[in-house]
Ligand binder design. Structure first.
Ligand SMILES: Nc1nc2c(ncn2[C@@H]2O[C@H](COP(=O)(O)OP(=O)(O)OP(=O)(O)O)[C@@H](O)[C@H]2O)c(=O)[nH]1
Ligand SMILES: [Mg+2]
Length: 340
């Protein structure tokens, strides 16, 4: 089975500091030159930096080793070694950084450009010029550079979306996302077109923008590893609400109420607290006559269960504004709870 990179384990090693130098001036006419060994340079840090353009940790699963440059050694004539260059690793916004050994959360990278020094470069050693005193004029001593820090980190991505779009493969999640935001996800008439979540920003006049994520791969049995498994459900944890899309266009075998319950069982299997997440239900592809025929009946079934069902077409846009109004109202009503 394909593996998805919403988790990565990486090893980071900062640069060692350069050694200090032992050296003495050799000058004509100066019989005994003083010490002039320079200091070693500082080793480079390994830095994690959040980048809003990235949506996956895929790029970090290989290679797993990240090393920053060493500091150069000090040299004679009081020349300090150059500092090693920092190594900057770009990660998506929403990446949680843990110490892989202890599991301790070291940092949660929540905004674009935020940085975390994952491994600090070693200090450069001092050269012998620093050890001269009034009594020791010609010290033969210099320090070694310090070792750069190293450790294993566990990275975990939880997207910071306000709204997650869930639903079986092919129900039109990506189509809806492309209609309501500027995202351009791939859309195709087969299941599992989307393999990693797409994100889009929705701008509606008079409202603060919000982020919608298209959560792919949910099917019955996902909690047991079917399809893409539940890899992406961790993104759902932080959303304020879910748009649950239903699709009955594939002939009579598809039952909206059954589908609704089946996916909710998967959510529950992943994390029982997800059941409390507010869901807005929408029957998609209402532009198709076969769907429209069944729509009122399905709407009634959901109404009996106490759910409002929006009738929409992500393709033509029908009903989408009403759905968004419902989403905005709900976001505003749950906003004091914040991201979960
Ligand atoms: N008629 C009609 N077709 C739609 C509508 N929305 C999506 N489709 C079609 O349904 C198919 C699947 O759409 P996608 O948006 O790729 O579906 P998805 O849920 O993202 O699918 P996966 O990424 O595979 O999970 C495509 O052929 C779309 O053109 C709609 O409102 N009406
Ligand atoms: Mg898709």
């Amino acid at each position: 089975m394909m593996k998805f990179a919403d988790e990565a384990r990486i090893h980071v090693k900062a640069g060692n500091g350069g050694d200090g130098c032992v050296s003495f001036r050799r000058e004509r006419f100066v019989p005994r030159g003083g010490p002039d060994g320079g200091d070693g340079g500082k080793g480079g840090d390994v830095i994690l930096q959040a980048d809003a353009q990235l949506v996956t940790l895929l790029d970090l699963t290989y290679p797993k080793q990240f090393r920053a440059q060493k500091g150069s050694h000090g040299r004679g004539k009081d020349q300090s070694g150059k500092n090693g260059e920092d190594l900057i690793i770009q990660v998506p916004v929403g990446t949680l950084v843990r110490d892989n050994q202890t599991g301790e959360v070291l940092q949660d990278l929540l905004f674009d450009g935020q940085r975390f020094v994952a491994a600090e470069g070693g200090r450069g050693g001092r050269g012998n010029a620093r050890f001269a005193t009034s009594t020791i004029r010609a010290p033969r001593r210099a320090e070694k550079g310090e070792e750069g820090q190293e450790r294993w980190l566990g990275l975990e991505l939880k997207l910071l979306a306000d709204v997650g779009v869930i639903g079986y493969p092919n129900v039109g999640k990506s189509t809806l996302l492309s209609r309501i935001s500027s995202a351009k996800p791939k859309i195709a008439d087969y299941p599992f077109t989307t393999l990693v979540p797409n994100l889009g920003v929705v701008n509606r006049e008079g409202h603060p923008p919000f982020v919608v994520a298209d959560i792919p791969g949910l099917i019955e049995g996902a909690s047991k590893g079917a399809g893409l498994g539940l890899t992406f459900l961790r993104h759902v944890e932080r959303t304020r609400l879910l748009i649950h899309l239903l699709d009955v266009s594939e002939g009579s075998s598809r039952d909206a109420v059954n589908d609704f319950h089946a996916l909710n069982r998967e959510l529950k299997a992943y994390d029982p607290s997800l059941q409390k997440k507010k869901q807005i239900l929408a029957l998609n592809k209402i532009d198709l006559p076969s769907v429209r025929e069944k729509a009122v009946d399905i709407e009634n079934q959901f109404e009996k269960m106490g759910h409002r069902l929006y009738l929409i077409s992500g393709q033509t846009g029908e009903g989408v504004e009403e759905l968004l109004e419902g989403v905005l109202l709900t976001i505003e009503s749950v906003s004091d709870q914040g991201h979960g």
